[in-house]
Design a protein around this ligand. Structure first.
Ligand code: CTP
Length: 426
């Protein structure tokens, strides 16, 4: 296992070495756990770490963050803490056991040993740990044959009640199955079907569903994940009216292709919330009111629900774009929409609409005026309240005529001024 740890960045290795000394001096047992261990064995990149402490995770994280001069976020009610080391996040948790009073609710937790902590986990491939204490630094703790299952490419739960205790594991199982191209172990698949038959995902709160769905929609090319969920379960757990037929699934494949095409091509743009484009695909056959209600239930941020809502609302009007030829009309139609919405429309519509969206994104969206308020004032424009209208006219003209220089803009501004003067003194 030591060799596998060596694949970590030197920054991480440094942190692990410090953790090792600190663990010994505090008398705690400390482990790297869960998905990180899985990914190290699979030789995937690891960007965040999960550390479990037999002892007190907050005390441990506090001391470690002090060594590196980093800030710590404590979550006392969960006995956990998070430290951000540059771009990397490390979560610290006190080893715990979980008991579920009802299906789908959050469990009651109490401190426990690493053995119990590993047993509470979702799948064997996620239930391995690597010891960080000095005397057994790098030793793999694999109590449930996670390594064998990783080699056999199997998703296997640890106990019969796993999917009922935490039905979000159904979605997690599908996510790992699709991400790694693994198979469900037979009994696991049967138990998953049993949980699906009683619609166990209905027991889960909307916000937890949202978190799991977003994780799925953030995977690379989520089409196959969405198709698999639809085939196995449907999306009733988001809303009972969602029903996706085979032909409705095409949109997700088209979104995959559009996003691959636009990957890195959109300049001047903040990080896009691409998963919203897929969520819009899941919701786009529902009424506007229903879409609004679902985004509220899921507790989406205002910007995110606005994007979904405007996509649903734009579905009918954007169709007309196919007939538009004048650049500023195309600009006017699309300028109101977020990049996410445009990418959705690009995926959704046929050739003509696509062509205009591409034209807008490649050539129109970034056109800006060089003229400012002071320039208009110098030309003698009054009153100031008319400025925004004039800027708009000027911009549309620039878009249609493709003015390159400020002089061309100012010439046109002068013509608007002359026309205004004529209108006032005919
Ligand atoms: N876990 C679990 N049951 C859940 C969620 C998480 O048992 N419903 C455990 C698993 O051991 C998992 C670990 O907590 O590996 C960390 O969870 P998370 O960060 O959500 O998952 P990862 O396995 O790290 O997956 P990813 O690669 O998507 O981050």
């Amino acid at each position: 296992m030591l060799n596998r740890l060596k694949n970590l960045s030197s920054e991480f290795l440094n942190i692990l070495k410090e953790s090792s000394s600190l663990a010994d001096s505090l008398g705690f047992k400390v482990y790297l756990v869960g998905g990180v261990v899985r990914d190290l064995i699979l030789e995937k990149n690891v960007s965040d770490l999960d550390i479990v402490v037999e002892g007190d995770a907050i005390v441990f994280a506090d001391k470690l963050s002090e060594v590196f001069g980093e800030k710590l976020q404590r979550h006392h009610s969960f006995g956990t803490a998070t430290v951000n080391f540059n771009e990397h996040k490390i979560d610290f948790a006190t080893a715990r056991t979980e008991t579920y009073s009802h299906h789908g609710v959050l469990p009651k937790v109490s401190s426990a040993s690493i053995v119990e902590d590993l047993f509470r986990r979702d799948f064997t491939i996620n239930a391995m740990a690597i010891s960080l204490n000095k005397d057994d630094y790098g030793k793999l703790i694999d109590l449930y044959d996670g390594l064998v299952d990783l080699k056999k490419k199997l998703i296997r739960i640890l106990h019969e009640k796993s999917f009922l205790d935490d039905p979000t594991r159904i979605l997690r199982a599908i996510r790992f199955e699709q991400r790694f191209n693994f198979k469900f172990e037979d009994k696991t698949f049967k138990l998953m079907k049993t949980a699906l038959n009683i619609e166990a995902l209905r027991f889960v709160g909307h916000h937890r569903i949202r978190d799991e769905i977003f994780l799925i929609l953030k995977e690379i090319n989520p089409y196959k994940y969405i198709k698999r969920i639809n085939d196995l379960a449907g999306f009733y757990f988001i809303n009972s009216q969602i029903e996706l037929k085979q032909k409705d699934l095409e949109i997700f494949l088209r979104i995959d292709h559009s996003l691959t095409y636009y990957d890195g091509k959109l300049k001047n743009h903040k990080v896009l919330q691409l998963y919203l484009i897929y969520l819009a695909g899941i919701l786009c056959n529902l009424s506007l009111e229903k879409v609004k209600k679902i985004t509220q239930d899921l507790g989406l941020k205002k910007r995110d629900s606005d994007i979904i809502y405007s996509i649903r609302k734009g579905l009918t009007s954007i169709k007309k774009l196919a007939n538009y030829k004048t650049p500023h009309i195309i600009y006017k139609t699309l300028n109101f929409y977020s990049r996410e919405s445009l990418l959705f429309f690009y995926a959704y519509y046929g050739k003509e609409v696509k062509k205009n969206i591409k034209f807008y994104l490649n050539e129109l969206a970034d056109i800006k005026l060089k003229t400012n308020g002071k320039d208009l004032k110098r030309l003698g424009f009054k009153p100031l309240t008319a400025y925004s209208k004039i800027f708009k006219k000027l911009l549309y003209m620039k878009i249609d005529k493709r003015f390159k220089t400020k002089e061309e803009e100012l010439n046109y501004a002068q013509r608007i001024l002359d026309r205004l003067a004529e209108e006032l003194n005919p």
